[in-house]
Design a protein around this ligand. Structure first.
Ligand code: GLU
Length: 298
């Protein structure tokens, strides 16, 4: 499994190099990634000025999710979330190699932001009211939906409604994720859900027979199916909406507006689409999205 994934990662890395030569730099820049920027363009004391001045940024992302944030041969994570993070950093004059990537497991994200361990997070991070109590969200930059993945030979589970009737078939998800919460209402008993820290562990548990299924966002599952189409399949329709936001420290409205502006520019200059097609969009069945309507920062 790793070998194939690594080969995909290598191909993605090659595509990313090509992309960075033409993406990100608007306003006539031919430099890789960033628009020429200096800190004086931003209001003194703002997060943007501080980051631009420092020339570096800490961004949280996933390290084990194919297509969105996955560490490949390069040692740096690669994927759609990574590309989005790089684009925003580029608008601060920060080159991709000056970004510090921090692993942001689902359950750790609010803490990482609130503790100042990261400046922002792009990590398949669903915007919701509970999380908004602790962090702010720019975006959304993508809307996913929860679905279920089973082993190819499983005919018992065709959607969430089949879980209660098959109490022996355990389903896996990730602690602190929205899908782990949502799936609870479909279970025969609470212990039908097995939780791990990351989705890779769920996929491994499907291989050993410890669990029969994994549930999370459709596009994350598509990455696993695309890696191993002979082993896994998606079943049923998506049964939630998961709008992905960029998490930032609660209350920093100017930073939120800056990120939203960067997202809008990325969609206008083609970088958004390129970011998708060179990463998550490579999975079979992944449709190229348009940037959703952004939420107000206020
Ligand atoms: N989008 C969902 C969430 O934010 C699931 C994916 C994840 O765990 O990152 O909880």
């Amino acid at each position: 499994m790793r070998t194939h994934r690594t080969a995909v990662a290598a191909a993605m890395a090659a595509a990313a190099l090509t992309l960075s030569a033409c993406g990100g730099g608007s306003e006539g820049s031919s430099e890789a990634g960033a628009t020429p920027t200096d800190a004086s363009e931003f209001e003194a004391g703002s997060t943007m000025a501080t980051l631009a001045e420092a020339g570096t940024i800490k961004i949280g992302t996933k390290f084990d999710q194919p297509g969105f944030g996955e560490k490949g041969l390069s040692g740096s994570p690669e994927g759609f979330d990574v590309k989005i993070g790089e684009y925003v950093a580029g608008k601060l004059g920060i080159e991709p190699d000056a970004i510090t990537w921090v692993e942001a497991e689902s359950a750790q994200r609010e803490d990482l932001i609130a503790n100042g361990d990261v400046d922002m997070i792009a990590a398949t991070y669903t915007i919701n009211d509970k999380r908004k109590e602790r962090v702010g969200f720019a975006g959304p930059y993508y809307v996913a939906g929860q679905q279920i993945m089973v082993n190819k030979d499983n005919d018992a589970i065709k959607g969430p409604e089949d879980l209660a009737a098959n109490p022996d078939q355990k389903i896996c998800s990730v602690t602190g994720s929205t899908p782990a919460e949502t799936i609870r209402e479909y279970l025969a008993a609470p212990d039908q859900l097995v939780e791990f820290g990351g989705y890779d562990d769920c996929v491994t548990a499907m291989g050993t027979g410890q669990v029969a299924a994994t549930t999370t966002d459709n596009v994350i599952l598509l990455g696993y199916v695309s890696d191993e189409p002979d082993k896994f399949k998606l079943v049923g329709k998506q049964f939630t909406e998961e709008p992905y936001g960029i998490g930032y420290p609660k209350g920093d409205t100017a930073f939120c507006e800056f990120i939203n502006e960067a997202l809008t520019e990325a969609s206008e200059d083609g970088s958004y689409e390129e970011a998708w097609t060179s990463t998550a969009g490579k999975a079979e069945g992944a449709e190229t999205p348009e940037l959703p309507t952004l939420e107000d920062c206020g």
